[in-house]
Design a protein around this ligand. Sequence first.
Ligand code: GTP
Ligand code: MG
Length: 197
Amino acid sequence: MVIKSAEFVCSNTQISKLPPPVKPEYAFIGRSNVGKSSLINMLTGKKGLAKTSQTPGKTQLINHFLVNDNWYIVDLPGYGYARASKTKKADWNKFIQQYLDKRESLQCVMVLVDSRLDPQKIDIEFCNWLGEKGLSFVLVFTKADKQSTVKTDQSIAKFKRALLETFDEVPQVFITSSEEHTGRDEILGFIGSVNQN
Ligand code: GTP
Ligand code: MG
């Protein structure tokens, strides 16, 4: 897919204020600092579109970006931000779960996972929650430039094994690096094919 335009539309903390659910939308989610905003910028080819930061917890709202005037990328706040207060974490859960569970235009949840780490409990639990809700998701392994291909493949294999404890089959997997633009064609191709269905 060729990206002709990508623009910021709105930031929200309230489900009632989201854009009308009439265009297909793809939510990018994962632990704080996993590289969600960087990936969105890499995919759209717009460096400053989604705000990135070395400090976890940068993205705090539901951010809608309209691509090619006909589908949305949604940047969500990261989960598992250790320094967030209990109340904030509870708010996060309620708000994001409500969004994911109820958003009728949501086509697929893009679950970002740090390719350098062994399977993290919070990621597996989140995938299980998506499974329970019957939400379709794919796995996007980030920061692949930070280590060898062999190490990335090992992380992916371990993650798949962990998922197979609860799932019958594993979802589609993408390997990405926002630094090196890895995985861009694959993810945009995937979104393009879902949009056409
Ligand atoms: P929150 O919004 O805080 O949850 O974070 P996020 O998941 O949006 O992460 P963000 O894109 O802000 O990136 C976090 C840090 O990781 C930044 O310092 C990025 O430069 C770095 N980073 C993101 N993606 C990559 C990548 O593919 N390769 C490398 N080397 N660094 C990356
Ligand atoms: Mg972010």
